[in-house]
Design a binder for this molecule. Structure first.
Ligand code: UDP
Length: 449
């Protein structure tokens, strides 16, 4: 198979063996057409992953297209409620009327985007809220549902809502084994661990002089210690606790500053403005609290500089499917002080390459310790970098994606083999489920045939 120059660049990080496995897995899939569907082209982990993945896949001879379905404000509110249920933060059933309005709108917006005319061999539906698409449009099959949120402890109401759409998927993919829905058949589930691209603008090396200059341009006094959290202004990123930690540390170390870095660019991040206002109120007129949300100012090089040259990086999430912000910081030799949520405890080994602490006081204690003991900070940071190098670099994810594709195709073949006498109409039915097989919430909708 022809070598990919993009993939070969990673050899010095991941070794030839892994690259060989990727070429081997990609060869039979050459010429395959993949359609990725999600809700935003910029902002958040999914967009980040697709920007990194698609060019390399293309060079491997697998044709990828990416379709963004931008939802409206009402649908984004529904999504915000749904993610709270799926992540087990909220509880209860979703009102039938709300489901109806959302499904109706999603169907309308998706039709308008022309998705029903897209043709591919496999459809990757990223973003949990888009799960109904494979039921709405049976031609979007075989399909793989990608769940990137923290579903380790979902509320049963949210899980039931989502699961009614999962029959239409050949494979359901989760970020970690902890997030897999335990009632899905094992052969239908797959884990793809998110990874980062060490060559991207966000992750490549920048010199201290350049990095510190970028921080200074954002208003940071680079002669004083800086605590940073990089994250969207989202509820479950818990920016409030970052300020609480900062205030405790400030009592001991008055020179400390804090930065919350979260460019407002994800169109589907409906609650961000509300949360930012709340945080601004909490910050008051403290000049050492830096809230950096202007996307014109906070671009990937600035995120890089903050992750690389802050004194300490926090990730205080109350839920996290994976948490690429932690991976990125760890790659930059930062021991992250995270919480015990699914994605962070997957990456951080407490006391070895960072710390896991849920309460404010313990987090403040570790923050102060890492600011004051730079030898310790350096030692843990080196291990953090190694952890990412060994587990979370782009080629590792490429191999897992190729595995999901093969698995999907195997499952499609297997379902035909289970019924050896099935007619060609029957086989085509496999791709176009009849109305009676539809989830209850869809049967009453007039547009589903
Ligand atoms: N991000 C960014 N600019 C910001 C804040 C976040 O580019 O101001 C990126 C961040 O570097 C990471 C992604 O958005 O690559 C967030 O992914 P993560 O998995 O941490 O969380 P999600 O936002 O998907 O819940």
């Amino acid at each position: 198979m022809k070598r990919s120059t993009m993939l070969d660049r990673y050899q010095r990080f991941v070794g030839e063996d892994l690259l060989e496995r990727i070429y081997h897995a990609a060869e039979p899939l050459s010429g395959l057409r993949i359609l990725h569907v999600n809700t935003t082209a910029q902002g958040g982990g999914v967009a980040e992953l697709l920007h990194a993945l698609i060019p390399v896949m293309d060079e491997l001879g697998i044709n990828n297209t990416w379709q963004v379905i931008s939802l409206d404000d009402t649908s984004n509110l529904f999504t915000a409620h749904l993610v709270d249920l799926l992540q087990g933060i909220e509880h209860g059933n979703i009102a039938q009327e709300d489901q109806h309005v959302f499904l109706d709108t999603l169907h309308r917006i998706a039709l308008k985007s022309g998705i029903d005319h897209k043709q591919a061999d496999i459809y990757f539906i990223h973003d949990f809220q888009l799960a109904p698409l494979a039921t709405f449009f049976p031609q979007l099959r075989p399909a793989i549902w990608m769940c990137h949120v923290d579903t380790a402890n979902p509320d049963p109401g949210g899980k039931d809502y989502i699961e009614q759409f999962l029959d239409a998927y050949s494979v359901c993919v989760f970020n970690t084994p902890l997030s897999i829905f335990n009632d899905l058949p094992q052969e239908k589930t797959h884990v793809i661990t998110p990874t980062i691209d060490p060559f991207s603008q966000k992750n490549r090396f920048i010199t201290p002089a350049k990095g510190l200059q970028m921080l200074a341009r954002c208003g940071i006094d680079t002669t004083r210690p800086l605590i940073t959290q990089v994250s969207r202004f989202g509820n479950w990123k818990n920016p409030w606790q970052v300020l609480d930690v900062y205030r405790l540390v400030k009592q001991e170390l008055p020179s400390v500053q804090v930065a919350l870095v979260g460019a407002m660019e994800a169109a589907d991040d409906i609650k961000a403005m509300e949360i930012l206002k709340d945080i601004q109120g909490m910050a008051g007129d403290d000049p050492d609290i830096h809230l950096l949300y202007d996307p014109a100012m906070i671009k990937h090089p600035q995120v890089n500089a903050f992750q690389r040259y802050s004194s300490v990086i926090l990730q205080r999430s109350t839920r996290e499917g994976f948490g690429l912000t932690a991976t990125e910081a760890m790659w930059k030799y930062q021991p992250v002080i995270g919480t015990s949520v699914t994605g962070l405890r997957t990456q951080i080994i407490d006391g070895q390459n960072g710390y896991i602490a849920d309460d404010t006081e313990t987090c403040a204690k570790y923050t102060l310790k890492l600011i004051q003991d730079r030898e310790l900070w350096q030692k843990l940071g080196k291990r953090a970098h190694e952890r990412v190098k060994d587990n979370y670099l782009l080629p590792m994810m490429i191999l897992q994606y190729l595995g999901a594709r093969s698995r999907c195709m195997r499952r499609m073949r297997a379902s035909c083999e289970e019924w050896p006498h099935m007619s060609s109409e029957g086989r085509s039915w496999l791709h176009t489920a009849g109305r009676s097989g539809l989830p209850k919430s869809l049967q009453r909708l007039s547009f589903v045939n």
